[in-house]
Design a protein around this ligand. Sequence first.
Ligand code: ATP
Ligand code: MG
Length: 258
Amino acid sequence: MSPDPLAALSIRGIEKRFGSIVAVAGVSVDIKLGEICGLTGPNGSGKSTLFDCCTGLQKPSTGRVYAQGLDITGWDMHRIVREARVIRSFQKAVVFRALSVEENLVLCGQMIAFQGMASTFGVGPASRHRVRRLREQAGHLLELVGLSHMRHATAGQISFGQQKLLQFASMLMPEPQVILLDEPMAGVNPILIDRMMENINRANQEQGITFVVVEHNLDAMKALCHRLLVLSRGELIADGTPDAVVRDPAVVEAYLAG
Ligand SMILES: Nc1ncnc2c1ncn2[C@@H]1O[C@H](COP(=O)(O)OP(=O)(O)OP(=O)(O)O)[C@@H](O)[C@H]1O
Ligand SMILES: [Mg+2]
């Protein structure tokens, strides 16, 4: 099946094997531009590996990935961010612990959006101007996610939930069109979960960003997503509205089987 040039992501026959383990077993799906699509499934069903294959962390064993018709299979992560505007977050809260909250965002904008050591570390007038602009953008994003008051705090010392919000804000720094979030709400308290959902909704509605969200919290998925996909043992076993998918007997059985 040819890729849909209008889809945010067209995933075609993606398979990923690690020795004898088949982590992803031939997944084909289109993520529409502008949607918030959930991806769930039991532990070890291949969700993170599928994200890895779409974002340059792993090369698929077979299959291809397209972003709005552009074949990005096998590209490295930085090129995918810069040229295809697709970015992903990680299951663990990945922050630069020794840097301030604001510095985290500036560094993320620098490292991902630009190439070369001089530009990354702000050497030369053009880079200094860029750092000023990134700092302004960081300030705006920190307001958006409700972390302005933490701007100068050391990232390693803020709470785990706040680190997840910081990671979310970092994803917005390079102004992506598509964001893949790997368990953004895991281990986060209910109030910060609500804030995370508001942030995702706002970025979707105001900036038109497409989201794919891996999450085990099905209540959050139902409240947030337009559509829900389910992986089981590396295969896509359901694709539909969240309400229909959680009632699907094949999905219930997959969760019980683990
Ligand atoms: N680098 C790797 N080397 C070997 N096996 C791997 C590697 N990465 C993942 N796997 C295996 O691939 C399968 C899918 O793992 P993956 O992390 O994608 O699942 P997941 O759906 O994200 O699970 P969880 O809900 O626990 O995060 C698992 O059996 C896992 O052990
Ligand atoms: Mg995972």
